[in-house]
Each structure stands twice: as C-alpha cells, then as structure tokens.
Design a protein. Structure first.
Length: 115
C-alpha cells in the first residue's frame, strides 16, 4: 500500500512568459534541475494588467508547474534569474488532494537522490 498523501506537500505554480522560446528555456531548466516534475506550456492567453500607471494588454503563455512545496522558493529563484521580465510572475498554491500515484510521482521526480 502506498504512503498516504500529506495535504499541501505538493504545490502547483504559475508563471507567465512572453513567448515559446522563453517558455521552453525555463521549463527545460526547471525539469532538468529537478525543481519541478512537470511543466505544462499553455499558449494563447491574454494578460491585462496595470504597469507603471498604464493598463497594458499582452499575449503571453502560461507555465503550470508541479513541484513539492519545499521547492517553491528555489523555483521562484530560478525563474527570476532566467526570465526576461523585471518582475516575473511566480505564484503557487498547495495541492490539497489528487490522484495518489501522480502526487507520488511528483515527489519521486523532484526529490530523487534527496531522501
């Protein structure tokens, strides 16, 4: 029997990027460094936001990351160092529940060699 999932031990994080080149660079870097188990690159979003006193509208892509909550700070640090925006979006939410084998896989991939 598999170990029960501990609520909140895994997180999902979201990052917006300006184009596919940046998306793939960040995604590959995060996965290769085992900071995340998976990155979904979601194209075709429109972001409307206030920046420097003006309302802006841009086409962007959204990265949906799956990782362990203990790695979110390292993920944020990696994104800041590898993102072209001066203020990169990195927000996260803890995962309360889900498919146990998938949640175990997130842990197995990101924590490999650390247990």
């Amino acid at each position: 029997m598999a170990e029960p999932y501990i609520t909140g031990s895994a997180s999902m994080a979201f990052v917006t990027v300006p184009n596919m080149e940046v998306a793939k660079k960040i995604a590959h870097g995060l996965v290769s460094q085992k900071l995340v188990a998976c990155v979904n690159i979601i194209p075709g979003i429109t972001s409307v936001y206030e920046w420097e006193g003006k309302i802006e509208e841009d086409s962007e892509l959204l990265l949906m990351l799956k990782t362990m909550t203990s790695k979110v700070d390292a993920v944020s640090d990696f994104v800041r160092k590898n993102h072209p925006y001066s203020v990169a979006e990195v927000i996260s939410a803890k995962i309360d529940n889900g498919n146990p084998p998938y949640l175990k896989w997130i842990s197995d991939v990101t924590m490999a060699g650390q247990k």
